[in-house]
Design a protein. Structure first.
Length: 299
């Protein structure tokens, strides 16, 4: 279990780029509505619902199987807002997966495909993770001849380091927060800063922060076990199931370490968390850390 003291230190240092704080702030309905309106001004977000994601869980790791912020409008269109602080060289693939995850839960048995609504995946990035240098990049399905397929899938990449020419003040304020700067443009950025300060100093802020961090680890542990059991079942023998569980847990830990590094920016803090939450020795935790960092370097 991560100590309350460490959680409080993380909370004190948390800003808009902290995964947990991002979720707490963007799940505020009015903030989420204003953000989506700034990104997609032509849309009507008068009626907006932030969706409970419990039904979106999969057998994969929580970070890949759960959307950061999942919303739906009055027309059934769905929106996923993702904070992407590090370049994992997989934005296109993640977008494809998130679109599929949302679309998969739109239809029930007997529904026609025409009932599928539009899906939007919006990445907030501090720098360009593609070859484009625009601040706002909107992707749709288009043929090589330039014809739109109109399948209703939209991927938007908000690049805080891109060219701000033509960008609204509201989004400039968001870009400043992504660059870990005080928001001086528009009203939304300062409002988000005020909400972060409110969360930090409220009686429930630290408790909620701890709950979300604990849930993240619980999902990770359970996901690792499920991956391993699935592999073991394929082997069809007791020893294979045991080995599968071990490999699944290994995979879960290695995939989680980069997120912990981004969250804490402290090598020893990551090692301590691994030791306490995964019941590892110092040597085992260091071994997982080295393997994860080597994998990150290889890209």
């Amino acid at each position: 279990m991560v100590s309350k003291q460490k959680i409080r230190r993380k909370l004190a240092q948390a800003d808009f780029t902290d995964d947990v704080m991002f979720g707490l702030v963007m799940s505020q309905l009015e903030i989420c509505r204003k953000f989506l309106k700034a990104v997609l001004p032509q849309h009507d977000f008068t009626k907006l619902k932030i969706v409970d994601q419990s039904h979106l869980k999969t057998d994969y790791l929580s970070k890949a199987g759960r959307l950061d912020i999942h919303c739906t409008d009055a027309y059934g269109n769905q929106f996923d807002i993702e904070l992407q602080m590090t370049n994992e060289h997989n934005v296109a693939q993640r977008s494809k997966y998130y679109h599929a995850l949302m679309a998969n839960h739109m239809l029930t048995a007997g529904d026609k495909y025409q009932a599928l609504k539009e899906t939007y995946v919006i990445f907030l990035c501090p720098a360009s993770f593609t070859d484009a240098d625009q601040a706002i990049i909107h992707y749709e399905m288009v043929s090589r001849q330039g014809n739109h397929l109109n399948d209703g899938t939209h991927t938007l990449i908000l690049n805080a380091s891109g060219n701000w020419a033509g960008v609204s003040d509201e989004l400039k304020g968001i870009f400043q927060l992504l660059l870990r700067q005080p928001a001086s443009f528009g009203k939304l950025g300062p409002q988000i800063m005020a909400k972060i300060d409110e969360i930090k100093h409220s009686k429930t802020g630290g408790r909620k922060y701890m709950e979300l961090t604990g849930a993240f680890w619980q999902d990770a542990r359970e996901a690792g076990i499920k991956i391993g059991e699935r592999r073991g079942k394929k082997a069809g023998i007791k020893e294979g199931r045991k080995e599968g569980r071990r490999e699944g847990t290994d995979e879960a830990i290695i995939k989680l370490i980069p997120d912990l590094v981004a969250l804490t920016n402290d090598h020893q803090a990551v090692i301590d968390i691994l030791m306490k939450k995964m019941d590892l020795s110092q040597a085992q935790a260091e071994g997982y850390y080295k393997r994860a960092m080597a994998k990150e370097e290889r890209g």
